[in-house]
Every structure is written in C-alpha cells, then in structure tokens.
Design a protein around this ligand. Structure first.
Ligand SMILES: C[S@@+](CC[C@H](N)C(=O)[O-])C[C@H]1O[C@@H](n2cnc3c(N)ncnc32)[C@H](O)[C@@H]1O
Length: 217
C-alpha cells in the first residue's frame, strides 16, 4: 500500500492486479478490438498535449498512442502488477515516467501539468467527482482533460448481455463501483468540476465508449 492508502484502495488494487499477463487479451475479448482501434484513431487526432499525466494507465494500453502527443508524460496506476507490465513496455522510453499513484489524491503539485488523460478509469471509480477535482487541481489554467471510458449507454440489450457474459467469463464479478456514463453525463460532471467541454461523443458500434475533451477554466 502507498502512504495514505485506504483499505478500499487496497481492495481495488487487488481486483485489478489479478491478471497482469492476460489483461490486454481479456480487455480485447470483452470490448472488441475494433473499439480499441476506434479509440486509438480518435486519440491520434488530438493536438500537442505538453506535459501529461495518464491516470489508471494499467498495462499501458493507450500510453503508446498518447506519448507522441506529449513533451513528456507520467503513466500512473494503483496496481503494481499492471505497472510492472507498463514498465517492461515503456521503462526505457525517454518521454515516459512510470509511477504508482492513486488517482483520487496524486502526488503532483497543483496547477503543474498541461494535460491529463484517462482511459477506462472513471467508470470504475467510487467517486468520479473526486477524481475530476483532482484533475482540476493538478492541471494548469487552460490545461486539457481527455477522458475515454467504456459505456453500455446506447448499446442494444442483446449486445449488453453478451458483453456482460464475456466480462464475467474473463474477470468474474465486476468491480465494486461500476458506472455507465454517457458523454452528456461526463460533460455535466466536467462542467461542475470547473471545465469547459470542447468535444463530447460516443465511439464504437456494438460496444461503445464515451469520449470527452475539455479545458480547465
Ligand atoms: C479498466 S482498467 C483500464 C486500464 C487502461 N487505462 C486501459 O484502458 O486498458 C482500470 C484501471 O484503473 C486502475 N485504478 C483503479 N482505481 C484506481 C485508483 N484509485 N488510482 C489509480 N488507478 C486506479 C486499475 O488498477 C486499472 O489499471
């Protein structure tokens, strides 16, 4: 456990740390490769992002897509075993620092960072508003927040059922706090946390992700 970590954080860490070697395959099986590819295409359209913090990077699924957009970046997560996989991928990368952080209360200074990126994190977090407040705290004024996160909003019932079965087969019981946010839900949460929203859309067809980009006001 890291300093100040609660028992509930320890439970969350254990949940995500179970399958470091098969994590990427499981995710791809549950949501499909085409959604991952569509997320990558969207991220490739982002402008320069300066110094960036990635929260909940996991094994680094989207780290290699985001890093070319940055001056340098911190890829962070709560799970040691997933960070170990990320370290084997990016440990030698000149622009990437791999660092253990709890996204609800990071060690970054206030107003220090140009951009924050998170993929598939906010929908598995107990308090999304606390997470957004933390992003607001560490971002400089005008800094960019990029959120992409799986959602079952707008999925047809049959696809939801099939995805649920694939999830349970791969991961067992879902994590304790699982939300399903539409882009509108996320946009209004971001506005409440002190951001303007520049882009807000749904990605995917059978399985989906909400994609939001905004700036700290
Ligand atoms: C669904 S995975 C997404 C991982 C990766 N971004 C991706 O898209 O494949 C959720 C990630 O959030 C991390 N996580 C959960 N709670 C966290 C917290 N409080 N602080 C930091 N990371 C957390 C987990 O360890 C896990 O790596």
């Amino acid at each position: 456990m890291i300093e100040g970590e609660k028992l509930s954080d320890n439970i969350i860490e254990k949940y995500w740390s179970r399958f470091p070697d098969t994590y990427d395959k499981k995710m791809e099986y549950v949501v499909g490769k085409y959604l991952r590819d569509e997320i990558i295409q969207e991220l490739n359209r982002l402008p320069e992002l300066g110094e960036l913090v990635e929260l909940g990077c996991g094994t680094g699924t989207f780290t290699d897509t985001i890093v070319p957009k940055t001056k340098n970046m911190f890829a962070t997560d709560l799970s040691d075993s997933l960070l170990a996989v990320a370290r084997t991928r990016f440990g030698d990368h000149p622009k990437v620092t791999i660092q253990k952080e709890n996204c609800m209360a990071t060690s970054f200074s206030s107003e220090a960072i140009d951009s924050v990126f998170m993929a598939n994190l906010i929908h598995v977090i107990e308090s999304p508003s606390t997470l957004l407040e933390e992003c607001h705290r560490i971002l400089r004024k005008g800094g960019t927040l990029v959120i992409v996160t799986f959602t079952d909003k707008d999925m047809i019932l049959w696809e939801k059922i099939k995805m649920g079965v694939r999830f349970v087969k791969s991961w067992g019981k879902p994590p304790a706090h699982t939300h399903s946010f539409s882009p509108d839900d996320l946009a209004s949460m971001m506005i409440d946390a002190g951001f303007t929203v520049e882009t807000s859309k749904v990605l995917g067809s059978k399985t989906k992700a909400a994609y939001i980009v905004g700036q700290k006001t």
